[in-house]
Write a protein that binds this ligand. Sequence first.
Ligand SMILES: Cc1cc2nc3c(=O)[nH]c(=O)nc-3n(C[C@H](O)[C@H](O)[C@H](O)COP(=O)(O)OP(=O)(O)OC[C@H]3O[C@@H](n4cnc5c(N)ncnc54)[C@H](O)[C@@H]3O)c2cc1C
Length: 495
Amino acid sequence: MRGNPDAVIVGSGPNGLAAAVTLSAAGLKVLVIEGAPEIGGGCRTQELTLPGFRHDVCSAAHPLAVASSFFQRFDLAARGIRFARPQVEFANPLDGGRAAIVYRSVADTAARLGADDRSYRRLLGPMARHADDICTELLQPLRRLPAHPLVMAGYGSRGILPASVLVRRWRTPEARAIMGGAAAHSMLPLTAVPTGGIGLMLIVLAHGVGWPVIAGGSARITDAMADAVITAGGTIETGRWVRSLAELPSGTAVLLDVSPRSLAELAGDQLPGRYRAALSRFRYNPGVCKVDFALSGPVPWANEDCRRAGTLHLGGTFEEMAAAEAAVVAGKHPENPFVLVTQPGVADPSRAPAGQQTLWAYTHAPAGSDVDMTDQIEAQIERFAPGFRDLVLARSVRTAAEEEAHNPNYVGGDIAVGMQTLRQTVFRPTVQWNPYRTPIRGVYLCSSATPPVPGVHGRCGELAALTALRDLFGIREAPDISPARLRPAATQSVI
Ligand SMILES: Cc1cc2nc3c(=O)[nH]c(=O)nc-3n(C[C@H](O)[C@H](O)[C@H](O)COP(=O)(O)OP(=O)(O)OC[C@H]3O[C@@H](n4cnc5c(N)ncnc54)[C@H](O)[C@@H]3O)c2cc1C
């Protein structure tokens, strides 16, 4: 890059790149610095096991990318990215070949819930009809008044409850397992607020927009974002870990796609004591232990409908999943853990050689754990899919400690970068009106440690970039990030 950039972004996860796309679209000269050898952060795809088996290293299911107004305006379809849609959004197998099956349709899902049919339709039907409004609100910072107050009152009055209370309306193990599996994504005990809201959000997303995978792998998203930045004249430098803000060119906007802990380390004494103390009080979740499998064929789920599901929540009944999650929060490694599985091959055959499959699985583990949970994960899959182990050709394991070693944002292996307690959902990472600003002029936090929520939707990065554009460049209009706007520029480079 010739001359100083106007803005430096540290970190090329989906939020760092969303910030870079936004600033580039506003006409700024942007430099992205990534510590890892390749871009993408939590949105990458690699041959982790055997040649020809392409695994999503982190994120795999993308309801939030579909729902995101950022990605809608960025226009993933026009950039050649296709959401590959499974016939079943997610499933919770139960013992004895039973299962809760969540389809895009509320009616089809409810029809399998016996005594809870009507109650499921009464709760989820109206929310699914207003899924667009709910998603728009949930992907905004909570500090503004909702544009759809009635819809949000309906969602919020239930979502404020713990999953363990919300689930009392249902009697069947199937309906209760749907809430348990969705709420367990939160990594909080299912008796905590707002686990009901997190579970409801994920169920509403399933009915409203679906839980697709990306044809070809999640990396297609971040590759398209990087292309847009480079096309607009930006530069992306990989393999350079930034250790201090002093390393960065002066007089530029700095946007940090990092954890609150890294923000404190990078800024050192430049941060006032009170803000540093607030950052040190930021609470992280337990970690995850992830295993990717290369399989010789599809998983033989005992329940036939599970064979068509993109994502599965394993752990059995609501009570079993709640006990497993409580054990992890108490620092234990449960024998019978909650396991999240995606089988992208049901919607995207390009992930593995013909007839073979990749399988993505993780379980929660205590923060910083270096325990390999492969046996527990495999036992849980085998419980609902006898014969699974015979299909395993190769595996790749990452403990919670290794998750952090690969990406310092995942403190202790916490893939959400911070608990979503009620307080840390509203005030993320500290209590302040605009959470993207730091006390250092020109330095902003843009990672998933800021609002609205963790996940691949780009809104944290976009909202941080819009704040920087207003503060430093007097630009108040959101720039056009559509493919039509970002024209090729003279200088193009990836270092
Ligand atoms: C195992 C796993 C499964 C997940 N599953 C899903 C899913 O299915 N769906 C979903 O929506 N989300 C999922 N997520 C969460 C999602 O990946 C994250 O919420 C999202 O990637 C956050 O984006 P980000 O840009 O804030 O941070 P990240 O994606 O973590 O990117 C941060 C980047 O900054 C770089 N970096 C950090 N510090 C420095 C430094 N000092 N110098 C240089 N570079 C630095 C890192 O190397 C990294 O590339 C998952 C995450 C993991 C790990």
